[in-house]
Design a protein around this ligand. Structure first.
Ligand code: ARG
Length: 455
């Protein structure tokens, strides 16, 4: 006699059933069911013949899933129930043995860990591709100069290669974060049962090896409660999406007529339905806008886990949709960046003209005074006076006559005009990590080595 006398309310069913979205865990569920069947065999729960029947049945289920012919039924609450039901339809009563020594609690945690490990690997691969492209662009544009900005005001000139390498290192850190998430996901929950462990001493280490985990979760309560690996993946994805958003934003800005530093890749842009002259950098705009959605996924999952007593609660079913959406979003965004990068055309002349704005050499004039013994703070004041005078007079800094210089500081002489001479400001940034050609060459080598180390 079944435990329940009433059928579930349809509204409850709609709320409670996860099949709509967790069906994408099916391939992982089949794989772990195979490993679990072997563990049951090892523990003497199923005999040789039963094991073979179960494995053949799971192969048949797998084929149905792959071909899209798997008959999901409205009564299937989730993917785990669907697969067990179908397995039993195919192989008969012995199918009912597959759930021995297993709970959907350790099962779903295992599927999810497999998903995270795999997708973290995909993110690393996509990121690596982006890093290669960015490094290539940095090499190509190492001699091009543009203004660097702070507060989106022209600040100091930099090499475009240098600026692009700032993107490189930003995304390079994301690789490490996805790897940490993958490592967290490499501990096997399966074999923990509902929460307390099993009445069979299954070979968990063997299951772990078969499924590509490198260790087992050592506490059964922790195993079914833990979603840290998903949170860590989402944190990595959220920050990565945030980085892509900043890159997208720069491409958008740079491709305006006002900046005119680049033309976005045509295959990643759209026209306007009304204004024929337009080429809109849609892909870059969408990179810019996807980040909050990925961050929201992270917030959702930490929100679900917040205050949740151990061990499993149905709340944890809410881990999936944000995780899946974030994974799809970050991977698509990374593919879009990789796709659009080679097609961007940089306008070296426009950038150089903007970088030739003498005002961006103000710090270098101050440093000239510092070399002559003036404390930097005083030098800053002197140059502030020069800048103000030039602006008021409507002339560039270099047009201030030699005889007027002494009125600002008697430390100023002809070298003032040399410092303002185009180019000297950029090549003077000789510090490690700076934008001078020599420092940039070192940096390119370091970036290449760090990429090579990724294997
Ligand atoms: N669909 C469930 C989830 O995604 C599977 C685990 C159900 N466990 C349970 N005790 N009802 O979390």
């Amino acid at each position: 006699m079944p435990r329940f006398e009433q059928e579930p309310d349809p509204v409850f069913w709609e709320l409670n059933a996860s099949l709509r979205y967790d069906r994408r865990l099916a391939p992982y569920d089949v794989r772990q069911s195979r490993a679990h069947a072997r563990a049951l065999h090892g523990a003497g729960v199923v005999d040789d013949e039963e094991l073979e029947t179960l494995l053949d049945g799971l192969d048949a289920v797998d084929r149905e899933l792959e071909s899209g012919r798997f008959p999901f039924a409205p009564e299937d609450e989730d993917v785990h129930m669907a697969i067990e039901r179908r397995l039993t339809e195919i192989v008969g009563r012995v199918g009912g043995k597959i759930h021995t020594g297993r709970s959907r609690n350790d099962q779903v945690a295992t599927d999810l860990a497999m998903f995270v490990a795999e997708r973290a690997g995909v993110a690393v691969a996509e990121l690596t591709g982006c890093l290669e492209l960015i490094l290539e662009l940095a090499r190509e544009h190492r001699d091009a100069r543009l203004p660097g900005y702070t507060h989106l005001q022209r600040a100091q000139p930099v090499s475009l290669g240098h600026h692009l390498l700032a993107w490189f290192w930003m995304l390079r850190r994301d690789v490490d974060r996805f790897r940490v998430a993958a490592d967290s996901a490499a501990a096997l929950p399966l074999g923990s049962g509902a929460l307390a462990g099993l009445n069979w001493d299954l070979d968990r280490a063997g299951v772990a090896t078969e499924l590509g985990f490198d260790r087992v979760v050592e506490n059964s309560i922790d195993a079914v409660s833990n979603r840290d690996f998903a949170v860590e993946y989402l944190a990595a994805a959220a920050l990565c999406a945030t980085h892509l958003s900043r890159i997208g934003s720069e491409i958008v800005l740079w491709s305006t007529s006002e900046f005119g530093f680049c033309r976005p890749a045509e295959e990643f842009s759209s026209g306007s339905s009304i204004m024929p002259q337009k080429m809109n950098p849609d892909a870059a705009e969408l990179l810019r806008a996807k980040a909050p959605r990925v961050v929201a996924a992270l917030t959702t999952l930490t929100g679900v886990m917040h205050g949740l007593p151990l061990a499993y609660s149905k709340d944890l079913q809410e881990d999936k949709e944000p995780l899946f959406d974030a994974a799809d979003t970050i991977e698509l965004s990374l593919r879009a960046l990789a796709g659009m990068l080679p097609g961007i055309e940089f306008d070296h002349e426009r950038m150089a003209a903007a970088a030739a704005d003498e005002m961006v050499a103000a710090t270098d004039v101050a440093d000239l005074l510092v070399r002559r013994g003036l404390p930097f703070r005083e030098a800053h004041g002197v140059v502030g006076g020069l800048v103000r005078h030039a602006i008021d007079a409507g002339i560039p800094l270099s047009a201030i006559p030699r005889e007027e210089l002494a009125g600002f500081s008697d430390l100023l002489d002809d070298e003032y005009y040399e410092v303002l001479g185009e180019g000297s400001w950029l090549d003077s940034k000789v510090s490690r990590g700076g934008t001078s050609a020599a420092a940039l060459a070192d940096q390119i080598d370091l970036a290449a080595a760090s990429l090579a180390a990724l294997g």
